[in-house]
Design a protein around this ligand. Sequence first.
Ligand code: GTP
Ligand code: MG
Length: 484
Amino acid sequence: MKADPAGMARNLTPRSPDGALKLAVVGHTNTGKTSLLRTLSRNPDFGEVRDSPGTTRHVEGLRLLVDSATAVELFDTPGLEDGMALLDYLDVLAPPAERLDGPARIQRFLESPEAMGRFEQEARVLRKLLQCDAGIYVIDARDPVLAKHRDELTLLAACGHPLLPVLNFTHSPDQRIEEWRSALARLGLHAVVEFDTIAPPLEGEDQLYDKLALLLDTHAATLRRLKEDIARQRRQRREDALKLVAEMLLDVAALRLSAPAEPERLEQTAEQLRALARKREDLTIDALLKRYNFRSRDFPHRQLPLKGERWDMDLFHPQALKDVGLHVGKGMAAGAMAGATLDMFTAGISLGAATLIGAAAGGLWQGVDKLGRRLLGRLRGYQELTVDDAVLRLLAIRELALVAALERRGHAAQGPIDISALMQGREEALRKEKLPEELLEARASPEWSTLADHYPSSPRRAEAVRRLASRLEAQLNGRGPEPN
Ligand SMILES: Nc1nc2c(ncn2[C@@H]2O[C@H](COP(=O)(O)OP(=O)(O)OP(=O)(O)O)[C@@H](O)[C@H]2O)c(=O)[nH]1
Ligand SMILES: [Mg+2]
């Protein structure tokens, strides 16, 4: 599949490419058929999703691409509403005594006037299923198994193609998964997939395509290639995401502002430091959402005012840090200076001070290296401010929780992303250990921050990003079980 969502899920032109596997997504109305298509295509804008029956009125298709070629075509269909009445009508149109087979009975119905009238919706579904290789039957696992569902399945089975039931809403406390499994088995449907479209299991797509491959062995190779491609895309997304987080952490760790050593100026500079760090985090959040094909509005909390009652998303609020068990240093408690640390960097003063003073006196400012300039600044009564360790730790915890949430979120999800549960109890390692080496190195390398005035790219920084990203990956893998 292509990384580009527009390429991944494109509305279909009427002619389908040869060789692609065609799947009709069918089922009772309001069970999450359109939602399933959104999640499988990673496209939150596909079709229309509403909590009311009859939302999808027409067949709409999308393509899943592998290496720019269509591997699978998925067709969304309107929900079935009155399978029972249609089954009765079929018995009138093609009485059992005639002994027509299933597809012939369905064909006779499609040619009847009622296919354009009372049963127009049903006709659209059955016509599409007849044209496809198989059907995915979406079930709201909270529904009790009723006669209407059995009738629906009888109608769909009459099309003569394999059907794979997909149980949706599996995280609901009201789910009736076992009841459904045994009812489906009695109808001869033994391969079933559990796939909650809002929070799909991490291996959910694999299971879906594996079971389809069992039902459709002539398409097994295509489905295997699709699965491999999905796995490759998933790894690439994670790698890119962790690199984005590592880049941001290095930028903020290396950020260093200097100010005259007067309380008022230091406070102003601390505010400037906080604003730069917040903005940098915001950019990262936007980039992460985009990388996972979600929209800014999916994660709205951070857009609320940072001051005021929504302190929990303020990077520099002492309570936000305490809430995830982070130690709050003196700087954090000091109000106006919250989150900023006065630089403790003194190395080199005794070695270099005399030389530096001499250099400055002799007008050799240009010849003094960056470190020298900073020392000179200190000698002239300037102080440097950096972002507190606790804030760096919170940034790492927060962004890792966001990556974990994005990996688990289906593109059908409508509610806001909530990372609070993923942040709790996950900070142990980050809190106990000293800051990762790469961040310590960044602290001593202000030129590494893209937030600084002059930022030259450096191979050492690139290497630090790589190492920090792999450290973050270990952190992410150490997470507990998936949330429900
Ligand atoms: N909690 C939860 N809600 C879901 C899930 N799947 C779908 N929904 C919600 O269920 C409602 C119906 O979803 P749709 O995808 O529109 O269902 P549909 O089967 O396409 O409906 P029609 O087109 O009307 O037949 C929407 O409000 C979805 O947000 C799920 O797995 N979990
Ligand atoms: Mg729909």
